[in-house]
Design a protein around this ligand. Structure first.
Ligand SMILES: C[S@@+](CC[C@H](N)C(=O)[O-])C[C@H]1O[C@@H](n2cnc3c(N)ncnc32)[C@H](O)[C@@H]1O
Length: 236
């Protein structure tokens, strides 16, 4: 069954499919300031809080879910925040299309699809390929936040980090169950209200680490990214 697509007319929404492939994302904002990316913004709860906390940063919030983008835009448009844009596009596809080296001051991944079954774990977004790619798009010293309610997803990511010398853990432990000042998303609130733990990871790209473009891994086709660069993937 195909779901009805809601037309999004909000000025906050950018139809990424209409942008030229060499679009500079910074140019989509009124103010030229550092750019952060939220992957899987859901209904926009997190991004409105983070963008209010950090008015000197621009935020690109993306999701593959049409209704989520619609609701995010509605939420943002009720505020006077001018530092957020929303796009509907798969994260790896968006970055392979518009991504440039060092373009992001921060990346936020809050409660990504958990894929709890063992046989589905290879569908998880955050893996070695993805983390290596993010080292290319993050600026030196840029932040990567990964938050999940699924303990073995947090453990899996924590186990990958020591093998990736470009990252520096910002916590005393591989992850923590509280991160002061970090806004709660809709899913985080839901889990916490059921007394379920939420695991926070905070990494930085090391200032002296450079991932040369020739070493940028190509995304393999996968569950959420059945595209190649010539085939739009917004219906997945
Ligand atoms: C479990 S929900 C969490 C939503 C929100 N981050 C929160 O914490 O409330 C995961 C969201 O990520 C989106 N998503 C999943 N895989 C994605 C991908 N590869 N690129 C962009 N968005 C994705 C889904 O459509 C969904 O809205």
């Amino acid at each position: 069954m195909t779901q009805r697509q809601i037309e999004i007319t909000s000025p906050t929404f950018i139809d990424a499919w209409k942008l030229p492939a060499d679009q500079d994302i910074h140019q989509l904002f009124d103010q030229q300031q550092p750019l952060a990316l939220e992957i899987g913004c859901g209904t926009g709860d997190f991004i409105v809080q983070r963008a209010a906390q950090q008015p000197d940063t621009n935020f690109l919030a993306i999701d593959i879910y049409n209704k989520g983008c619609y609701k995010s835009c509605r939420r943002i448009d009720k505020t006077d925040l001018a530092n957020i844009r929303v796009m509907r596009m798969e994260a790896r596809y968006l970055l392979s299309r518009f991504g440039r080296a060092d373009m992001l001051s921060a990346i936020y991944i809050n409660c990504p699809d958990p894929w709890p079954k063992k046989r589905h774990r290879d569908r998880r977004l955050v893996n070695t390929t993805f983390l290596t790619q993010m080292l290319y798009y993050l600026q030196p010293g840029g932040d990567l936040y990964f938050v999940t309610d699924v303990a073995d997803y947090a453990e899996q990511v924590a186990e990958l980090i020591p093998a990736l010398p470009g990252y520096q853990n910002q916590l005393d432990t591989p992850f923590t169950l509280e991160l002061e000042g970090y806004p709660l998303s809709k899913y985080m609130r839901r889990f916490l209200s059921q007394n379920l733990p939420v695991h926070f990871q905070h990494l930085k790209r090391r200032e002296d680490f450079i991932l040369p473009k020739e070493q940028l891994p190509v995304t393999e086709k996968g569950f959420r990214n059945r595209h190649n660069l010539d085939t739009p993937c917004h219906i997945i």
